[in-house]
Write a protein that binds this ligand. Sequence first.
Ligand SMILES: NC(=O)c1ccc[n+]([C@@H]2O[C@H](COP(=O)([O-])OP(=O)(O)OC[C@H]3O[C@@H](n4cnc5c(N)ncnc54)[C@H](O)[C@@H]3O)[C@@H](O)[C@H]2O)c1
Length: 343
Amino acid sequence: MKKIRFGIIGAGRLGNVHAGKLALLDEAELAGVYDVNPDAAQAMREKYGVKIYHSAAELAGAADIDGIIVASPTYCHLEGIRAAVGANKALFCEKPLTRTLEDASEALTLLQAYPKVFSVGFVRRYMTKSRKIKQLLAEGLIGKVRYCNVDLPFGKYARMYGDWFTDFDKCGGVIIDMLAHHVDLANWFFGEALSVYAAGMLLDPVQELPSDYAAGIVKYKNGVICNLMCSWQRFGRSGEIMEICGEKGALVMDGSDIITFYPLNGEKQPIDVSTAAEAAKGVEQVNTGNAFLIEAKHLVTAVKGGSVKDMPTVHDAFRSLEIGLAMIESARSNSVILLPLKQ
Ligand SMILES: NC(=O)c1ccc[n+]([C@@H]2O[C@H](COP(=O)([O-])OP(=O)(O)OC[C@H]3O[C@@H](n4cnc5c(N)ncnc54)[C@H](O)[C@@H]3O)[C@@H](O)[C@H]2O)c1
């Protein structure tokens, strides 16, 4: 069996997550790495025995590389995307698609009719709980959805000034970096977004320690109002809640593998998505810990020509970023921003 050979651009935290997951798959192998930091590339070479390349284009252009994984910092994603597309290779890019609308527009142009596989790192789509919510909404368990609350405090944020994560122009703060996942889930669940209003700290650099906060409201074409709160701090809560309320009850998804259903009669019903019973029904169990592995399996299956369901597309990536950028524009101008943004 010929293994699908991947090259990774960016051998940092996420590059190593993807390398570790590929190493668990019989049908794939990590064959090359490019990182601007030679020490990071060397460490990956020592751990996985991969060849080091000296540019994104050299890695993507190597004849024995089948697919590229872009795990460089957000503001560098387009460089990796251009290299992979230029070499006509399968491509997986970490979320968010890019930092700016300009870069995202170019990526969209390059990838919307791309003949090779492309997907983006919205790993939460591979969690059983997210898939179950999608299914329950489609089955009408809570009827017509009215509103959604996303509560995403991150009291453990530990990045310091000097790191690209604390540079708003490179990372986009908590809105572009963290909220992107839940904005994607909201888009997946509720469809087309029409308008955005937000306030935020936008990683204001005068703060003694890097921190960020965003509060926003996204209105969807089907009438759903989505309230988004997300923070980076060094104190207080860390956690995640997505609460979806409809005319027949509410569904709540948190950091655990149990969804809670609140029907109209006041009951509270747990829906355990990690039970053996679910597995017995043939549902592949994906908890928060192994969603990256399922993501990698989907990628490999797709590159091998197999069919995969619900792999996030370049349009999904663009739409999530567009909402994040609209939140920033709204916070800056104190006005409601209508979608789509002008490219
Ligand atoms: N899917 C998720 O849940 C998730 C989680 C964390 C981060 N991310 C995303 O993954 C990406 C990487 O984040 P990270 O936490 O691994 O960052 P990181 O800082 O840990 O690693 C980035 C690596 O890329 C290297 N690098 C910098 N510029 C480069 C370039 N031009 N070409 C090649 N390599 C370059 C750096 O030297 C570093 O080794 C970001 O876009 C981030 O938003 C996704």
